[in-house]
Design a protein around this ligand. Sequence first.
Ligand SMILES: Nc1nc2c(c(=O)[nH]1)N[C@H]1C(S)=C(S)[C@@H](COP(=O)(O)OP(=O)(O)OC[C@H]3O[C@@H](n4cnc5c(=O)[nH]c(N)nc54)[C@H](O)[C@@H]3O)O[C@H]1N2
Ligand SMILES: Nc1nc2c(c(=O)[nH]1)N[C@H]1C(S)=C(S)[C@@H](COP(=O)(O)OP(=O)(O)OC[C@H]3O[C@@H](n4cnc5c(=O)[nH]c(N)nc54)[C@H](O)[C@@H]3O)O[C@H]1N2
Ligand SMILES: [Mo]
Length: 773
Amino acid sequence: MATSPDRSDTDRPAHDATDQDPDTPFDHYAAGGWGSLRGVSEAFGESSSSTRALKILSKLNKPGGVMCSSCAWAKPAKPQTFEFCENGAKATLWELDTRRADAAFFAAHPLADLREMHDHDLEKTGRLTDPLRYDPDSDTYQPVSWDDAYADIGAELRAMTPREAVFYASGHAGLEASYLYALFARAMGHQNLPQSSNMCHETTSVNLQTFIGTPVGTCTLEDFDQCDAIFFFGQNTGTNSPRFLHVLKDAVKRGCRIVTFNPVRERGLIEFVDPQNPIQMTVGSATQISEKYYQVRPGGDIAAIAGLMKCVLDAEDAAPGTVIDHAFIASDTTGFEETAAAVRAMDWADIERNAGLSRDMIAEAAEIYLGAKNAIGIYGMGLTQHVNGWLNLGMLCNLLLMRGNIGRPGTGISPVRGHSNVQGQRTVGIGEKSSHMPADKLRELFDIDPPAGEGLNAVHACEGILDGRVKAMVLLGGNLVRALPDRDRMERAWPRLRLTVNIATKLNRTHLTPGQVSYLLPCLGRTDEDVQASGPQAVSMEDSLSHIYGSIGTASPPGPKVQSETAIVARIAKATLDPNPKLTWDDWIGNYDLIRDLIAQTFPDKFADFNDRLFEPGGFYRGNPARERVWKTESGKAQFTPPTTLSALGEETTADGKIMTLVTLRSNDQFNTTIYGFSDRLRGLEGSREIVLINRDEMARLGLAEGQKVSLVCAIDDGHARRVDDLTVTPYDLPAGCIAGYYPELNPLVPLSYHEKNSQTPAYKGTPVEIVA
Ligand SMILES: Nc1nc2c(c(=O)[nH]1)N[C@H]1C(S)=C(S)[C@@H](COP(=O)(O)OP(=O)(O)OC[C@H]3O[C@@H](n4cnc5c(=O)[nH]c(N)nc54)[C@H](O)[C@@H]3O)O[C@H]1N2
Ligand SMILES: Nc1nc2c(c(=O)[nH]1)N[C@H]1C(S)=C(S)[C@@H](COP(=O)(O)OP(=O)(O)OC[C@H]3O[C@@H](n4cnc5c(=O)[nH]c(N)nc54)[C@H](O)[C@@H]3O)O[C@H]1N2
Ligand SMILES: [Mo]
């Protein structure tokens, strides 16, 4: 079992949310508030088209408007006056960019020069406008006609064995393009359909399915009106899903109690000033969000939840029949006795050491759980991106199931998803398993024999690139050489690919590592108007709470040659596949209603009457069996999971005190690999992203000085050296034994093989590293 360094900081008092460590010099504005408006207007300053932008922003996330291309949070039926946040505005303005990276720009800039630019500056060159083909002789991207591009890509793909091609999707593209992409792969004869969720919530998709029979969360917005307690594990609401803060604020006002477990004291989960509320904005009085905030050790949630469960069992022993939902456990679950026995057998000292929290702290949190008739568990990357992420989720399910907190109003488990349509892409067939797109429907609707056997997920595709089995990477969005683990190895392997096709809105690092034949194809973004043969088109997406919305772009496209994602996917498919009268790609490009009809026919239980329901305020709900207490698990019941370890970290960690657990973080000024700027306002960090955060006691113990430059070296020895140099030591309030820094800068440190056990989600939140001075 992984052990943390021996120094415990369980006496740390700062667990009341208002306690603040002086090393975390927050911007004195809470999440939201004036600081948030400043962020928006700074972004505005960079966009020279503010009236156009304002018009689009004012309709963002409202019926008939554009659904934000930033996070996947719900779009309420009764929206706020401005139903967008600082980061949604940044994403929108970033896409509405009036600068252009056109053919002339590329002719003047060999890739060797572009590689010298920062990721931030690459995207700042503006929107892509021309289909481009890489010319190795001049080391430049050169314009190509769409027809030639499609014909050549089709010929390259036809020349391969289908399984040598991989089609990645990054969670942006609408359900229409995504469905066609998933269909194209299977018609070609493979289901190598990795997606961004493979680096993200795949832990959820795989393990929640095992535990409660659904790959997604069970909550809807109504549950947040009825819950008495919300427990947050490793999700940074203020930065990554800020509109959720409105929901939390209302819940707190109603008396709902919020408890957070997170090694970092994230501002948005501490307090929030509502930018829609003139009084709060003027006098600056913030709503306190979390009543208790526990700085759990990275990977310590299994232990923390085991402690909570012990407290629940103790309360039940003290007042038998009043605490645990015995009737529900008997009728709806399996494995309770075994799980309870395993938890009872755990030692408090081990729990305290692994969690980095004292028994008193855990007991205090348990009181809040026990006092709540209805409780919700929320989580994000802090639980999923760990080797034992499966058990993180198993323990959270255990805790909730003990008191019947799944499948009743006001209760549930709620993973907060990432990209705006990441969940939806999965729902319409993007995924490596046959179960993602029903075989009978493929035969019935298209006369296609579905490919046998599983395809490749992101980690398996990388292994295929490294060993030469994979010959083509088609990327529908994304910036994989930056987002993947083991970045240096992957970046070196990428150019060995025979074919790379990048369908993108803006230039990024991945486009600078072309395969032998390489295309960069410019696509419309969500805000852009999409006109096809039958007129302007809508696209659709699914949020974290399983609601589906139509979205209509109105901005004029960045150039006359830019094509929609739907059209690009369909035209590559048409150029690749043998003619099939049932694959009417041109008709589908002309009218997306036809694609939605196919989605409804393929997935009738979720998408019946899809076109009629497209613009329902608040989206239409695609349903969730676990929410109805129908358990689509192997046993037909919800499953308790006995803990087999107290740490979510891998086993490579040693206890010599030198190895630190590295957490990679997103700043408030980025969307994944898109770096908007260098201000992590909510954490009080400004200027540089090349930093390593560590607390002062640990600095003293390791003999490090503030501002000193250090290197990080991965402590996993598998024959590959992994190192990042020139990081500035920055004191920060973190638990002992752990350090933090930014994604994607630190991605070279995470081995491809260091991932969640069941789903291969990279363990980006718990890599063992050494600091080298
Ligand atoms: N503005 C903006 N919005 C985004 C994104 C973005 O980059 N920028 N990205 C989008 C995407 S794709 C995704 S997946 C989501 C990601 O959103 P989140 O799920 O919030 O992911 P992260 O920001 O990576 O990390 C979440 C939190 O986990 C904490 N943490 C780290 N390790 C542990 C641990 O072991 N235990 C616990 N309890 N906590 C831990 C970190 O301190 C951090 O606060 O956001 C989406 N929304
Ligand atoms: N160390 C570490 N690594 C991580 C993570 C972490 O927490 N730590 N998080 C992981 C997670 S959760 C995720 S989801 C992945 C994200 O990984 P990716 O899927 O690679 O996602 P992005 O960085 O969002 O992709 C950005 C690019 O998408 C393109 N793009 C933007 N909008 C559109 C559009 O509308 N259409 C198309 N076709 N292209 C568009 C632009 O060219 C832009 O440069 O990274 C993972 N990597
Ligand atoms: Mo993600």
